[in-house]
Design a protein around this ligand. Structure first.
Ligand code: G1P
Length: 289
């Protein structure tokens, strides 16, 4: 079965970006001139996803408005003859019914957020995208590559990358064996282990394709690391029944949930714009370390 649905857990409070996120959803923080959520949604559509499921919470109205028509703006742009901007705004709005919203009422963890989408996704494989993880790739976006891998392996797959050994307590960490140049087969996984307990420095980043069997394990709602219901723990359960693979993507991942990572993403994505690149590089040269 094809991967047609993608779940976006977007209920997080974004406390690391206060006061910016006091009255604004953290997913609306902008990288260059687009909110980070838009990059992730575009990546999903590029990968052939047909339905987006946002698991939201209180204070996330701006997300819904961002992907909706804005008649006032459109009318103004039209009357001023700004057709390019008008078309850009109109293209942003997915076909009616493509985005579904549900709410996570309590902040019980990533595993719980995804479980909130169980009845909307149903009995089919689905993708999960964590918008905070922005990935710049030389070729196809990561999710499109993963959909191809899923079609080949017919099994769950997560994007993975090597992290500094002292950073393992920020990630789901794998015990895995290499299968192909860019594919590992996962043997075990643990959420946010201390470096001395980590089985490796191979970490999961925020792109997953999961088989519907994961619902059985997410439904157990057992609290794990940090007292939260963790996706990693449900995947560990799934491993007892089905294989799970890791895709070592080519590219650079930016943790936009972190201030430094977010600024790096802004710089890296700005440098991709020809009209900005020269001026930014000139400015960087003037900075004394
Ligand atoms: C989540 C997952 C973790 C994964 C990480 C990637 O953690 O629980 O397994 O490695 O995303 O960004 P979070 O960053 O939400 O704490």
């Amino acid at each position: 079965m094809r991967v047609k649905k993608a779940v976006f857990p977007v209920a997080g409070l974004g406390t690391r970006f206060l006061p910016a996120t006091k009255a604004m959803a953290k997913e609306m923080l902008t990288v260059v001139d687009k909110p980070i959520i838009q990059y992730a949604v575009e990546e999903a559509f590029d990968a052939g996803i047909e339905q987006i499921i946002f698991v939201t919470g209180r204070g996330k109205k701006a997300l819904e408005d961002h992907f909706d028509r804005s008649y006032e703006l459109e009318t103004t742009l039209k009357s001023k003859g700004k057709t390019d901007l008008l078309h850009m705004l109109q293209d942003l709005v997915p076909r009616t019914g493509t985005i579904v919203y549900t709410r996570q009422h309590d902040p019980l963890g990533l595993g719980h957020a995804i479980w909130c989408a169980r009845d909307i996704v149903g009995d089919e494989p689905f993708a999960v995208l964590l918008a905070d993880d922005m990935i710049q790739t030389p070729g196809k976006p990561v999710l499109a590559e993963m959909v191809e891998k899923f079609d080949r392996f017919r099994a769950s797959i997560a994007a993975v990358m090597e992290v500094e050994k002292d950073q393992t307590d920020k990630y789901g960490i794998l015990d895995a064996v290499s299968l192909e140049e860019d594919i590992v087969k996962i043997k075990d996984m643990v959420e946010k282990p201390d470096p001395e307990d980590a089985p490796s420095n191979l970490a999961i980043v925020g792109r997953y394709i999961l088989t519907p069997k994961i619902w059985d394990y997410l439904g157990r709602k057992q609290a794990g690391a940090g007292g939260e219901i963790q996706l990693t723990d449900a995947m560990k359960g799934l491993l007892t029944e089905q294989p799970i693979f890791g895709y070592k993507f080519k590219g650079t991942r930016f943790d936009c949930g972190d201030k430094v990572g977010f600024q790096m993403a802004n710089l890296a994505f700005s440098l991709e714009r020809p009209e900005m690149r020269g001026k930014l590089l000139d400015f960087i040269k003037t900075i004394k370390s």
